[in-house]
Design a protein around this ligand. Structure first.
Ligand code: P6P
Length: 335
């Protein structure tokens, strides 16, 4: 490794495969620029009035902070000006947004959550950005919807940025998972986590236990399993839950274990959990599978699900292959 380390741009040139045409690399570099801009604003949010609520409620039914709207605007403008992105879906926007001039064959569609976990920003908690990139298959805006509602296995690239003590960008383009830490003194992302591989099994489970009484029987039994002693299995596991998916997922990716946002029992609003398929479960599922882990609803592989709506929610069990497989056995009634 050179004295200055491997920059993101250098790595993207070397990590050919899907990046070979250079456009995908250019798009990822633009996303890394957006992350630098959001990172700067997150660090000074309390000083520039970004912590406040706008008084609006987004399509998710969640209170919208100034930071959410501002970050969404930054993402939209940055993706539009690449001239490579035809259509975007954002957690913060109810409808698709088309950039008609960019809607030519070979352009991209991007799904993103501009500030994941923004409810934590008010208490100086970590937040993140999640992104998923697919190639257009048709031309014109009419195909864009179809190109978005496609299985997660068709993603070209996906990843997240974690705005923590360091700003770390993690991505995959189908040839492994790589993490880059932002060196603010030179404004460059340097390769800090080459070839991330998630441990086959961990010792941490990550879930909002406050929902325990709302879960179906099989979910409660899986949680009870991780919570109880088990010779030679590392159990009881420790519980870690930040409440920002990016943070809980980054820890799970590096240290192993299982992150869960299960569906609730019955046919209520949260019967399919809280997390969204297109811009949370699919990108994280792609990253985790590329790192050797597993991502499912408990019954079905996340990347095999055919989306029907842009903001559809999906139960999520994700992390170390062995830990997720154990949960799936509970869901299938085999444990
Ligand atoms: P709960 C943040 O609002 C988020 O969308 C994810 O980042 C996080 O994993 C989840 O919701 C936390 O939800 O219901 O446990 O507060």
């Amino acid at each position: 490794m050179s004295l200055t380390g491997i920059t993101l741009s250098r790595h993207l040139l070397d990590d050919q495969g899907e990046l070979a045409d250079g456009d995908l690399a250019a798009l990822l570099m633009q996303i890394s620029l957006v992350a630098r801009i959001i990172s700067r604003e997150v660090k000074r949010a309390a000083l520039v009035g970004m912590l406040g609520y706008t008084g609006e409620v987004n399509v998710q039914g969640e209170q919208v902070r100034q930071l959410d709207l501002w970050s969404n605007e930054v993402c939209v403008n940055a993706l539009k000006e690449t001239r490579l992105v035809c259509t975007v879906v954002s957690e913060e926007m109810e409808n698709l947004l088309h950039f008609d001039r960019n809607c030519v064959a070979g352009s991209y569609v991007v799904c993103f959550d501009p500030v994941d976990g923004s409810s934590n920003i008010g208490v100086n908690g970590t937040v993140g950005t999640i992104f998923s990139i697919r190639r257009r298959r048709g031309e014109g805006r009419e195909h864009a919807a179809a190109d978005l509602l496609r299985k997660g296995s068709e993603q070209l690239a996906a990843g997240y940025v974690m705005y923590g003590p360091s700003t770390i960008l993690v991505y995959t383009a189908g040839r492994g998972v790589y993490g880059f830490t932002l060196d603010e003194s030179i404004g460059e992302y340097l390769l800090s986590h080459p070839n991330i591989a998630i441990p086959r099994r961990g010792k941490i489970y990550s879930v909002n236990l406050g929902n325990y009484h709302r879960w179906p029987e099989q979910t409660r039994r899986a949680i009870d399993y991780f919570n109880s002693p088990g010779k030679g299995t590392g159990r009881p596991y420790s519980l870690r839950y930040v409440g920002t998916m990016v943070s809980d997922m980054h820890r799970t990716l590096l240290e192993g274990g299982v992150f869960m946002y299960p569906g609730e029992a019955g046919e209520g609003k949260k019967s399919r959990g809280k997390l969204r398929l297109l811009y949370e479960a699919q990108p994280m599922g792609y990253v985790v599978e590329q790192a050797g882990g597993r991502a499912s609803t408990g019954l079905e592989r996340i990347l095999d699900i055919e989306p029907s709506e842009y903001h559809q929610r999906v139960p999520l069990i994700i992390g170390s292959a062995d830990d997720v497989a154990i949960v799936e056995e509970f869901y299938r009634g085999e444990r």
